[in-house]
Write a protein that binds this ligand. Structure first.
Ligand code: 13P
Length: 328
């Protein structure tokens, strides 16, 4: 258990965050196509190689989350991705859920699946070099949603996943994401986030909390609400929501960017550092880190350095946010 706490602390070490590059094959393919890149296995591999070989990435990134496909692929010199990452000082992470599927008895809602056979898969991932894992529950806000059934089902699955990870010596990232899509205001986002987190921590009773990293959404107004919130307002709403319901023993909080612009996610993260919280508050961004890199690379081997520069710039902005030196 000491090892779990040690790994979790390294994931949220001062001045560092996590890079989420674990898009499923379908999501990654769609993002490549949108950027004008053919959605082939080789291009998905080359894109992730570009990301993880960014010079000095480990100075601001503690670990990188990959999906199953990438975890088994190799970089150009023949080393597997987890091997190449470990040698660069990056902790290898693996997304282990199999996606959000329709939840019976809750029309229009989902539950994240992937528990069947998970013990065996985790043992295999650990042997391949995984030090931490991720499981994402997706909660949308709407008319009468989320329902109790949905919140309970996702919390239960997240906790079973987290316990299985800890049994395998792997740190679980526990990710209940309340989506931004919708017409709800910031107060409703806060209420749903609070409710979901309470259910998750009730289910996590008995887990080693210092060996868990929580990956929540920031508390923001719905995209179509017509409401706006300044970074200070988002930071206040987010930190006060978390402080009321998240156990202090949790190793750290690493936010997702959730479809906010890269600059907005960074500004919100910077504002949070000015508030009192019992845990490190850092980033575990996907789009907020990699969108500019994908746009700069565009699948062109000649533009690898441009893609890497774009990623390095976003990482530098976010580490500046952590240390209170970010200006946009
Ligand atoms: P975004 O930062 O793009 O929301 O992605 C983070 C993530 O890992 C979603 O599961």
């Amino acid at each position: 258990m000491a090892d779990l706490a040690h790994t979790a602390a390294a994931m949220v070490a001062p001045g560092k965050g996590i890079l989420a590059a674990d898009e499923s094959i379908a999501t990654m393919s769609a993002r490549l196509e949108k950027a004008g890149v053919a959605p082939t296995e080789e291009n998905r591999r080359a894109y992730r190689e570009m990301l993880i070989t960014t010079p000095d990435l480990a100075s601001g990134v503690s670990g990188v989350i990959l999906c199953d496909e990438t975890f088994r692929q190799a970089v150009s010199d023949g080393r597997t991705f987890p091997e190449a990452m470990a040698q660069r000082g990056l902790l290898p992470g693996i997304k282990v859920d199999t996606g959000a599927k329709p939840l019976a008895g809750a029309p229009g809602e989902t539950v994240t699946e992937g528990l069947d056979g998970l013990r065996g898969r985790l043992a295999e991932y650990a042997a391949l070099g995984a030090r931490f894992a991720k499981w994402r529950a997706v909660i949308s806000i709407g008319d009468g949603r989320p329902t109790r059934r949905k919140v309970r089902a996702d919390a239960h699955a997240l906790a079973r996943y987290a316990m299985l990870c800890q049994e395998a010596g792997i740190v679980p990232i526990v990710e209940p994401e309340v989506l931004m899509e919708g017409t709800h205001g910031i107060a409703r986002c806060a209420a749903v986030t609070s409710d979901v987190l309470q259910e998750v921590f009730a289910e996590l009773d008995g887990a080693e909390l210092d060996g868990i990293v929580l990956k929540p959404n920031m508390v923001v107004p719905g995209r179509d609400s017509g409401e706006t919130a300044t970074p200070d307002e988002v930071a206040q709403a987010t930190v006060s929501t978390l402080r009321a319901v998240v156990e202090e023993k949790v190793a750290g909080i690493a936010f997702l960017s959730g479809g906010q612009s890269a600059a907005q996610a960074t500004a919100n993260l910077a504002a949070m550092q000015r508030l009192e919280a019992p845990w490190p508050l850092t980033f575990s961004f996907g789009r907020g880190l990699v969108d500019p890199a994908l746009a700069a690379w565009r699948g062109d081997p000649e533009r690898v350095a441009d893609g890497q520069q774009a990623l390095a710039h976003r990482v530098a902005c976010n580490t500046a946010a952590l240390t209170g030196t970010y200006t946009d």
